[in-house]
Design a binder for this molecule. Sequence first.
Ligand SMILES: [Cu+2]
Length: 220
Amino acid sequence: MVMHVLIPPGGRAEFLITIPPQNQFAQLIAQKYDTGPAGESTPYRVIANLDASDRGPLASSTMPGVPVGIAAPPPATLAGLKPAHLRKLYFSESANPAIYYITLEGHMPKAFDMRFKRPNVTVKQGAVEDWVIENRANEAHAFHIHQLHFQVMERDGRPANDPSLRDTIDLPFWDGKAAYPSVKLRMDFRSPDIIGTFLYHCHILEHEDAGMMGIIRVVK
Ligand SMILES: [Cu+2]
């Protein structure tokens, strides 16, 4: 039984719960999360009190809109695919004024410009790539990309053993001493529908609005 799911800003999780018996107290809570010395406060919060009662309305036996007897196929793993490229991107910040960056390794950190002329990253449709995302800031960030899903292959250089396909992943804050926190993501650009220009960014919206965003173009 899973008791705890880490959901970064912009992340989603779907789960089924066993309701406690009558007269037994239960809560759905958000745990306190340490976003680092430069981060926001994310204290313990109660999301819901669970109260089992036979006075409530009867639950319907099927969820509305979900066909009965059709199970979703398990998500295809990206683990066996060979990446065509390895790219490294990193989160960083400057203070006074506060500017937030996501930078392709080897380039100068630059805040996102809505009037961009060229994309930060160009990828060929059909490819699978590995992207290493590092957090070089003293505050947690959340990497998010539009249009596709990725699989977390490694965290801090060690195998993640995580079959989930995601579009958002948490990056804990850098403590200023040890190696930068990192994830290695296997990015799936195989769908023909992916051709076009779109965004990747931190999903903490103040960060995104203050520059932490980049443009990717997928070409034929
Ligand atoms: Cu951020």
